[in-house]
Write a protein that binds this ligand. Structure first.
Ligand SMILES: Cc1ncc(COP(=O)(O)O)c(C=O)c1O
Length: 346
């Protein structure tokens, strides 16, 4: 039997509750379920451990993910994707209509996106609300905090659908101190908006953060946080969140198929781990990652021998996961199950 090696150290990895590793070296299933398919939204608890398991609500990115979250029994789904695309908006509103006991919350970040919602919401179900998406400096979606954001909030309030604010600071990386300083600055901008609206008698809550800031947002301001890839973890969770005792939970299983002086060739290339990061960041490796092609990775070998099976921890698990159509998952009951990977659906 060949051995399974977990990189870079195995001690903390063996008891994770969700993994895509083979349960023994005879079984060689590669796969990973999509972590970001359903961005978890968690009510803030008193400590990180509590946060991980309290009040999981969903904040998906595509209409298909909204439908999946509702079908899975979510009581509140935040569609964290402001858009002017009326076909997508119509689909999400229709899914809300099928689950009248769940709350479905969309996002707007411009008068145009609000008009798109208003046109589709005519006579729409009452369980649909809207948040104002704020640009945290990421520069992707969101309105810059300020007067424009306030007037958008007032307009949403005037149609009786205002739920509050959404702010995702996915670019907020670095040491804990650096991330905390960024959150501090952003939080004071959001607080100003909240106070401004409250003075006018308009109330809403705040949904903020991602994996690298979810425990830094002030609890008196933020009701919910949305770390999305927390379920499976990327290599970055292990390095940047090591103070939280993070345990990686998603791996790509690969085999050493060739060996030469100093290097080992693995049968996991860019079809197994997505090439959306720089070469050295695509998976965690204690030595050099020399080359990555479609079906191979060449790495500094250490003591690896031919036939070794290696559990790779992707640098970005979300984009690696949707390369697979199934995953081997260890359930909370400790049972291994092969499950379909649905996160690639749109
Ligand atoms: C709007 C939004 N919220 C939450 C997340 C989850 O963030 P993270 O992957 O840092 O946990 C993402 C990730 O892309 C996102 O786009």
């Amino acid at each position: 039997m060949s051995r399974i090696v977990v990189m870079p150290n195995s001690a903390s990895h063996t008891d994770t509750s969700i993994a895509t590793s083979a349960p023994n070296a005879d079984v060689a299933i590669r796969g990973s379920r999509k972590a970001c398919a359903s961005k978890g939204k968690l009510r803030l608890g008193d400590n990180a451990a509590e946060v991980y398991c309290t009040n999981l609500v969903r904040s998906p990115a595509t209409p298909a993910e909204v439908e999946m979250a509702l079908a899975a029994g979510a009581s509140c789904v935040n569609w964290a994707y402001p858009t002017t695309n009326q076909v997508s908006i119509r689909r999400v509103i229709a899914s809300a209509g099928r689950y009248p006991h769940a709350k479905v919350i969309g996002m707007v970040d411009s008068p145009e996106s609000l008009v798109a919602w208003i046109q589709e919401l005519d006579q729409g179900p009452s369980n649909v609300g809207l948040r104002i998406d704020l640009d945290s400096g990421l520069g992707r979606t969101g309105v810059v905090p300020g007067e424009e954001a306030l007037s958008l909030a007032r307009a949403v309030q005037s149609i009786g659908r205002f739920e509050g604010w959404h702010i995702y600071d996915g670019h907020n990386k670095g040491t804990r101190e650096v991330r905390a300083a960024t959150v501090h600055r952003l939080a004071s901008e959001v607080r100003k908006l909240q106070d401004g609206l409250e003075a006018e008698g308009i109330r809403g809550d705040v949904l903020a953060g991602g994996s690298y800031s979810f425990d830094l947002w002030p609890r008196d301001l933020v009701s919910f946080v949305s770390p999305g890839s927390f379920t499976y973890s990327s290599a970055q969770h292990e390095t940047d969140l090591s103070d939280l005792g993070w345990k990686p939970a998603a791996f790509v299983l690969t085999t050493v198929v060739s060996r030469r002086a100093g290097t080992a060739t693995l049968d996991a290339g860019s079809k197994a781990i997505s090439p959306d990061k720089s070469l050295k960041e695509r998976f965690l490796w204690p030595g050099d990652i020399v080359m990555m092609n479609e079906e191979h990775s060449v790495v500094e070998a250490g003591d690896l021998v031919l036939g070794d099976k290696v559990l790779l921890l992707p640098g970005h698990t979300c984009t690696a996961a949707y390369l697979y159509d199934q995953a081997l998952v260890k359930t909370a009951r400790g049972v291994w199950e092969v499950r379909p990977q649905l996160g690639g659906a749109r």
